[in-house]
Design a protein around this ligand. Structure first.
Ligand code: HEC
Ligand code: HEC
Length: 381
């Protein structure tokens, strides 16, 4: 099989550059079309071809929710403030903590302390680069409104996703409130805190604090949590020494054994649902994903920060994931698993090293010293 570097063409890089320059939230007809006219200058040795897609530097934003520094700052406080939870004990950051790659390091999430509620049965996904959810090779700048969210892609857009945990009893809402009463309660709490009133008015204009504006501010903050300049991104942008020899070997193995059939494109995800038949946690009730046992291909960016793995966190590390694919590729139901194989024990360390290169760029890991409610940032658990 050809090496990845030989398969992909120069116009890929030109596409990425075009995408970066145009920015913005384009639809399917956006700037992803390949530019076939670009040819290297005659007589000059062209640089070696790139081997994939770099993540553009600027994340897209929806037309109705442009990012401003004040909105992002407000969204950051809301993300960390447990005042948004029914019992005042849980914040978004409780399960999406920068110290664990904006996930939580747990197999399955733990939400509000309310003991009467069954905790969530899913692994907390990272927020990092969710601004890019939906970006695939053929559509590098995804629609913010259509961006798929959750392990089963049941919600779309960061704005609408944020409603999910706020109205999930076991995550943030608790058992005192209902989907109808939680927002009036939270909005009335915020409107008694002068720092929130001032900031909402500065960002959204005079008038009461609304649910839509609350969700917009949180989403605007989340879109800043990206780390596009990993060693891998620098490598595909032409900095050929950005990957170590071992990481380059890992990239070639990853490609040759077929992982990019699903983990391809700039996010290392096709954003499609697949049937892998990941085992249930011992004693857990079966999670049927989208209802047909399908789960969305997760991005592999920052993967080495976000163990344990899979929708139920059943695998503590990458060796167990590789072991899983050894069996899963034997009698696959999913057509995209056919012809795929897992790395050999000799190849596995190289693939792990390569996956590390997908998450070695810095991201905003700052934690606010205080939030306007006066509660403990990130919750008291
Ligand atoms: C109790 C832990 C918990 C809390 C609190 C929580 N989340 Fe999550 N988050 C999760 C879990 C678990 C998932 C995956 C759920 C699923 O697939 O059904 C998730 C998924 C997500 C995703 C989807 C990522 C992707 O790639 O699809 C985003 C975005 C997100 N959360 C943002 C937030 C925001 C914003 C808040 C606060 C309003 C929040 N979360 C509060 C546990 C939590
Ligand atoms: C048929 C599509 C497909 C192929 C091919 C595929 N994967 Fe996956 N991958 C998925 C899906 C879907 C999940 C999530 C499954 C779940 O949680 O139930 C996943 C999960 C993972 C995870 C865990 C991610 C996380 O955040 O928990 C890793 C690591 C991974 N795959 C690596 C690989 C490697 C390495 C290969 C090549 C040997 C590979 N995958 C081939 C679709 C695929």
């Amino acid at each position: 099989m050809a090496r990845l570097g030989e398969i992909l063409l120069m116009n890929v890089v030109m596409t990425v550059v075009t995408a970066v320059v145009l920015g913005g939230c384009a639809g399917p007809d956006g700037p992803a079309a390949a530019d076939d006219d670009v040819q290297p200058d005659a007589g000059v040795d062209p640089p070696p071809p790139p081997s994939g897609f770099a993540l553009p530097l600027e994340a897209p934003t929806p037309v109705d929710n442009p990012a401003t520094p004040a909105k992002i700052a407000l969204g950051r406080l809301l993300f960390w403030d447990p005042i948004l939870s029914g019992n005042g004990d849980t914040a978004c950051a409780s399960c999406h903590d920068p110290r664990t790659g904006y996930s939580d390091g747990l197999r399955t999430a733990i939400g509000t302390t309310d003991a009467s509620l069954t905790p969530p049965n899913r692994n907390s996904q990272t927020i990092l680069n969710t601004a890019w959810n939906g970006a695939v090779a053929s559509n590098l700048i995804p629609s913010c409104e259509q961006a798929p969210m959750f392990w089963d892609s049941r919600a779309h857009s960061l704005e609408l996703q944020a409603r999910g945990p706020l109205t999930a009893a076991a995550e943030m809402m608790g058992s005192t409130y209902t989907e109808t009463t939680i927002f009036p309660e939270v909005l009335s709490r915020l409107s008694t805190i002068p720092a929130y009133v001032t900031q909402f008015e500065a960002v959204f204009g005079a008038g009461p604090i609304t649910e839509a504006n609350l969700l917009k501010a949180i989403a605007a903050f989340e879109r800043t949590l990206t780390n596009p300049q990993t060693s891998y991104d620098r490598f595909v942008a032409g900095e050929l020494t950005a990957l170590t020899p071992q990481q380059k070997r890992g990239l070639d193995v990853f490609t040759q054994i077929g992982c990019p059939k699903c983990h391809g494109g700039p996010m290392f995800s096709d954003y499609k649902l697949h049937t892998l038949r990941v085992p249930d946690l011992p004693g857990a009730t079966h999670d049927a994903g989208d209802g047909s046992n399908r789960f969305r291909t997760p991005s592999l960016r920052n993967i080495t920060h976000t163990a344990p793995y899979m929708h139920d966190g059943v695998f503590p590390g990458l060796p167990q994931v590789f072991q899983f694919y050894r069996n899963a590729t034997q009698n696959p139901i999913d057509p995209d698993l056919r012809g795929v194989r897992t790395p050999t024990p000799q190849e596995a360390p190289d693939v792990e090293a390569f996956l590390g290169a997908l998450g070695d760029a810095p991201f905003d890991a700052s934690i606010p010293a205080a939030v306007p409610s006066g509660m403990t940032p990130g919750g008291a658990r």
